[in-house]
Ligand binder design. Sequence first.
Ligand code: NAD
Length: 375
Amino acid sequence: MTGIRTEGDTVYVPPKTMQKLVTTIFATAGCDDHEADSIGTRLTGANQRGHDSHGVIRTPRYVEWLADGKVFANRKIEMISDSDNIAIIDGNYGFGQTVGEQTVDVGIEKAKASGVGITALRNAGHLGRIGDWAERAAEHNIVSIHMVNVRGSLLVAPFGGIDRRGSTSPFCAGIPLPGETPIILDFATSLVAEGKALVALRGGKPLPEGALVSDTGELTNDPSPLYGELEEGRYPDPNRGPGALTGFGMHKGSGLNFLMEMMAGCLAGSGTSGSMNEENRRKFCNGMFSMYFSVERFHSDDWFAREVRGYVDFVKSSRPTEAGGAVLVPGEKEQLTMAERNKNGLPLSLETWNDILGATTKVGMTEAQTNAVLG
Ligand code: NAD
């Protein structure tokens, strides 16, 4: 297998090979060429940037969702209402990599036409790494803000609570810098994204202390309270455990987590992650409330770009707390990780790699087909 190497329990896969493998899995599963390529590129891209939680580790779960009718291939967004500045959009449970892309393109067009655009997306499949969407807008010199919730995914305990009441609800903002990579602030409002717990459960990077709360209220970094007993032949399900993830930044992060439910769940119309009045768990989807601002409408010359660049330099000139350390601006860590991983390959635990190879069989790829992709 060209370029793939194993060191101990870690497999290193060249990004191109990984992209091709994931793309082929979804093409075999029934996605059209554009959708399969989009899923392959975006999941691999998350690993390249160091967000393994939202990368190729998701492949077996997406395959399972497709088979279970939780997400559908080749869907198009549906306009519920459309005006100069606001589009209310139904994703119809299409793959997030598809309906997210279509939605962001609507927002970009609105911002280009009138300076400001808002898209309110409901019922989207998993939108993956939200930074992808801010990067897409930044390519058009557009500042964007994205507020996301996960309906049907009760994973996070509120500040001071034990029981799950919220989702990992990411917040993301992108600031374009012409000719340079954009500034991308992109994080879950839980202390760690669920996928990071999954990575730790599958033998990857351990979690920080206090990332979870057990059902008796102890803070821990053990991911198993999120998943409970693992079921033979099924992928770990974070809905089954007795514990919860915790919010980041104490009451402040918990407040931001609450706000994501208000904006993506209530205002965008996707529904909150849970409701006291419902007996059954709501169907899983991402909701995303996004705002787009065309820089050219705010500044007719390059003042914005110069001011942003100057501030980035100013922030980075702060003395580092650790000898040999560096102050990074949002999005910089991802760029550094990408440079390193493009050179050395994407590190995956053996378990995760085997799960992905298992997905090839589940969608009906033969061993010969898989080997042809792996080279
Ligand atoms: P994280 O904790 O790694 O934080 C990432 C952010 O912090 C980035 O903006 C990064 O540039 C910045 N950062 C990291 N190290 C830094 C440093 N040393 N100095 C300055 N800035 C630094 O991210 P996370 O919370 O684990 O989220 C991971 C991914 O999960 C995100 O891409 C998010 O969109 C995604 N997510 C998606 C969903 C969904 O439902 N689709 C849900 C939750 C999270």
